[in-house]
Design a protein around this ligand. Sequence first.
Ligand code: FE2
Ligand code: FE2
Length: 192
Amino acid sequence: MATSYEAAQAAIIERLSPEAARHCERVATVSARLAQRHGLDAEEARVAGLLHDWDRETPGAELLRRAERLGLPVTDTDRAVPYLLHGPVAAAEIREVFPELSDTAVEAIGAHTFGAPHMGALAMVVYIADVIEPGRTHDGVGLLRERAESAGLAEAFADTYAASVRHIVKRRKPIHPTTVDVWNTYVAGEGR
Ligand SMILES: [Fe+2]
Ligand SMILES: [Fe+2]
């Protein structure tokens, strides 16, 4: 039996601040719409979108402790910005709370912060939805919304990822080593 949206929603509302929980609900709605557009399971996308920020408000020191305990790769960038670990840590632990969650939903949760070199379609959908949900107001979000509605999934993902990298560079934040892999795999590749 799949994880029900209602069960996941009750857990998210209990776990996160109202503001973060509303963000998760908006990401769920956009994820479901994009999934439908690309012929994926909309309900699975809705649940993955809802749960993507399960660890968004877990303190950085705690994320680092848990990542190390779980044996996840922890780079210098993760030590400098432990918030980046909120995706991978959630993915490693969320099945204890929702054992019926599909592998693809767990992958999407784990990859939503800096992506992964081998992302499935659902992971791309949740990544895009997180960036373009209606509460986002960053520069260029309108264009990314248009791309999400009209372009192919991999193209829309590449555009969204490029915008995220520009944002990191503009704010002079460290670039995670995984981001370089993802960039080379999906964005810089194939003569784009
Ligand atoms: Fe997040
Ligand atoms: Fe998010």
